[in-house]
Design a protein around this ligand. Structure first.
Ligand SMILES: Cc1ncc(COP(=O)(O)O)c(C=O)c1O
Length: 392
């Protein structure tokens, strides 16, 4: 049996020349052959062998006409979520969508009306902001509160904003990108309770659910919501198994009424799916890749610990506790640099990170570091970052 140990993940995979965004687009944009990519959220590891084999079988078909997405696809997702996250889902509650962001837009449009207010907790993944605005809805920001590097929902602020702005939907990032929180059951109960009380729909993006490090656990909103709740969960195998390029995700709701509204919205937009490569890869991911995933989580925890230890050389940088995701949120405000200066200096040191402002204005002074790559790459990036961040 193949082992998914440190040596396996250390070996990584060469991605240059595959037209991938992380390496090839960055190289083209920067023109710097030494630049180390620690930005866009995918990983520099090979996808699990069972996924490669499944794609190989589809490739060998030699013809790729219209393909059904059947009961087996939804069932594979349900089995995975029950096994990995202890939540029982039914195939009838699962709807396919292209990527998670498209599911987010379908859900916003299905559950709210133009001009309605939609609340997000900032800083948060850029397309949360865009998805609300581009759907013609009103963006309401409820800033997360930070205490000693740990980010919390400001429930009083959230409730006040919901009342003031007459919020009709809350878009939750769970686990949270970029703040690394795996929301606790109690926190999620409070969010759900607020949504029930204020009659707001709740859309929970759980794409990072599988990257949660013990003792934290992932609690799905669907383990709390019932069939009367206007709650939709968005998920995918894409981030977990590094198959985001295949563009398949799911929208899941306990509520038959929500399922119907999502289906109508999706069909009205003429969105179809049934990419045979994506279907086969996703089924394999949900069925035969647990050992690979367990190895990956252990490896990423090692990368996280390495960053935490190394960051002791950076007295003015605060590393946010990462309970979840493989994205580390670094508070660089104490360096006293303007954000453009900070990014320029980091790029001059040949490291490409994500600008905190991608997550909204609350991200000014922060950078996000993607550690989903072989450890030698993390080590090289940390050494290079010393040039900018090790300032006392
Ligand atoms: C919270 C969150 N949602 C959605 C996405 C993107 O998912 P997709 O490519 O399926 O739209 C990301 C990618 O980084 C993310 O972090």
């Amino acid at each position: 049996m193949q082992k998914f140990d440190q040596a396996y993940f250390d070996a990584g995979i060469e991605r240059r020349g595959t037209e991938c965004v992380k390496w090839d687009v960055m190289a083209e944009e920067t023109g710097d052959p030494e630049m180390i990519p620690m930005w866009v959220a995918d990983m520099d590891f090979p996808s699990a062998p069972a996924i490669q084999a499944a794609i190989g079988r589809v490739a060998a078909q030699g013809t790729w006409g219209y393909t059904r997405n059947g009961q087996a696809d939804a069932q594979a997702l349900c089995s995975f979520w029950e096994r990995r996250h202890g939540v029982h889902l039914n195939p009838g509650e699962v709807l396919l969508s292209p990527c998670v962001v498209s599911g987010m837009r379908i859900a916003i449009q299905a559950l709210t009306k133009p001009g309605d207010a939609v609340l997000i907790h900032t800083p948060v993944y850029g397309p949360f902001h865009d998805s609300v605005k581009r759907s013609g809805r009103r963006l309401v920001e409820s800033p997360l509160a930070e205490e000693n590097g740990k980010w919390q929902i400001d429930f009083a602020g959230m409730e006040a904003a919901m009342d003031r702005e007459k919020v009709k939907a809350v878009l939750l990032c769970s686990p949270h990108n970029p703040c690394g929180r795996a929301w606790t059951r109690e926190e999620l109960e409070r969010v759900l309770e607020l949504c029930r009380k204020k009659n707001a729909a709740l859309i929970s993006d759980e794409i990072h659910a599988d990257f949660v490090y013990p003792p934290a656990v992932h609690t799905s909103i669907l383990s709390l919501a019932g069939e009367k709740d206007a709650v939709v969960m968005l998920c995918a195998a894409s981030k977990t198994f590094n198959i985001a390029g295949l563009q398949q995700s799911s929208m899941v709701s306990r509520s038959p009424e929500m399922v119907e509204r999502l289906t109508r919205q999706r069909d009205d937009a003429g969105i179809t799916f049934g990419n045979p490569f994506a279907l086969a890869a996703t089924r394999a991911a949900y069925t035969d890749c647990d050992a690979w995933l367990d190895g990956l989580i252990a490896y990423l925890a090692g990368n996280r610990d390495l960053v935490i230890t190394h960051a002791k050389n950076w007295p003015r940088v605060r590393v946010t506790e990462m309970e979840a995701t493989y994205l580390m949120w670094l508070d660089c405000r104490a360096l006293g640099l303007a954000q453009d200066q900070l990014l320029e200096a980091i790029r001059a040191a040949h490291v490409y990170v994500t600008d905190g402002r991608f997550f909204g204005s609350a991200g000014d002074g922060f950078i996000r570091l993607n550690i989903g790559c072989p450890r030698p790459q993390v080590e090289a990036a940390l050494r290079q970052l010393d040039r900018v961040l090790a300032k006392g």
